[in-house]
Write a protein that binds this ligand. Structure first.
Ligand code: KQY
Length: 366
């Protein structure tokens, strides 16, 4: 059975676990819309297949696929990946999917946030988004878990938690008037407390330069484990990312978490700025209301947007000199996991990266 609940996770003793805790599986959505993915999404489909295959080394993987793409996805994906029919608007399940919560007994439930495609009609990335808005409930139903409908516009990529009461986010996103214009910072913190069992929110100012999500945290900083954070970095003072990362570093090193710990902050140097080529731009259909992909535009490339899976870290590589130092740093930070670097450029061209296209399901009782 899978029912909507009217209480809150906090009242019921549920919390959002850290991504580094054990997973029962992972969810993705298959890319296909030609106004976001070049060449009818074929290169993106190969990139998504590589990500799903890497994650499936450590946990059961499910791909939600539209009816039109069902046969193709089944043919492209390895047979141990479950393919389920799931209508959606685009492929960012981190943002439109459920946030799972667990309790001390290991029971699993889902939080279904309100979704408005990163800003609705005031700066959102496409219209309509009604099918994406149903994804969280569809996943909860398929997994037979109860869910809470949270009265807050929130994308999963705008939060990272340590599983012990601390949440990282950015003011650029969560305080953006195109998300929850009638809520104050304190109101939002209260919601994060009620729906994720958060006691302490650490606010960074902005996300990665030119990130079309209004600066999601999952592209700039994340928890490695409680008390340890990774941050995207550049030493180039002329790069607009420099001041953003410097401010984030200062805020993180000044902060204490919900348990009163100081944070250990690890810098991971960003790749050389990635710009859209003419060929890439010309491969995307132009549709009014969708995000244009203009030649020369800088993409929000970052190594922070990785997925922490059971036994693996799945990170993006950009065929850049910083790929190897980033891989080495992640290997040092996650000594017990295999680091798998997959091509990230085609996913980045759609506006996000590996973390944005995945949603972990914690190991729990259903
Ligand atoms: O990065 C993300 N979390 C989502 C990006 C959405 C891009 C839509 N074109």
């Amino acid at each position: 059975m899978s029912r909507p609940l009217t209480s809150t996770p906090k009242a019921d003793g549920f919390r959002m676990p850290g991504e580094f805790e054990s997973h029962g599986g992972c969810w993705m959505l298959w890319p296909e819309r030609p106004d976001n993915w070049r060449l009818g999404a074929k290169p993106a489909q190969h990139a998504f297949t590589a990500v799903a295959t890497a994650i499936a080394e450590g946990e059961p993987m499910t791909m939600g696929v539209s009816p039109a793409q069902y046969q193709n996805a089944l043919a492209m994906l390895p047979p141990h990946i479950r393919v389920v029919e799931m209508t959606h608007d685009d492929s960012w399940i981190r943002d439109c999917g459920p946030t799972f919560v667990i309790n001390g007994a290991g029971d699993l439930r889902a939080v279904d946030w309100e979704f408005n495609a990163w800003g609705g009609l005031d700066g959102g990335l496409y219209f309509p988004w009604d099918q994406d808005a149903l994804v969280a409930r569809k996943v909860a139903q398929m997994e037979r878990v109860d869910w809470y409908a949270a009265p807050l516009v929130l994308e999963g990529g705008s939060i990272h938690v340590d599983g012990e009461g601390t949440l990282l986010t950015t003011e650029e996103c969560l305080l953006n008037p195109n998300r929850n214009p009638l809520m104050t910072k304190a109101d939002i913190e209260e919601m994060l407390g009620d729906y994720l069992n958060i006691e302490k929110t650490i606010w960074l100012d902005k996300g990665v330069f030119n990130d079309e999500t209004s600066g999601h945290i999952d592209n700039i900083a994340c928890f490695i484990r409680p008390g340890v954070v990774a941050l995207t970095w550049t030493d180039d003072k002329s790069d607009p990312q420099y001041e953003i990362s410097k401010d984030a570093y200062e805020r993180l090193t000044a902060a204490t978490d919900a348990r009163g710990r100081k944070l250990e902050v690890h810098k991971i140097h960003q790749p050389t700025p990635v710009l859209i080529t003419r060929e890439e731009s010309e491969g995307v259909d132009v549709v009014q209301g969708s995000q244009p992909r203009t030649e020369g535009e800088r993409l929000a490339a970052s190594y922070i947007n990785f997925y922490i899976g059971n036994g693996v870290i799945v990170m993006a590589r950009f065929d850049d000199p910083q790929d190897e130092p980033a891989r080495q740093k992640l290997a040092e930070l996650f000594p017990d996991r295999k680091i798998i670097a997959v091509p990230g450029r085609e996913i980045l061209l759609g506006g996000g990266n590996i973390h944005c296209i995945t949603q972990q399901q914690p190991l729990g009782r259903k």
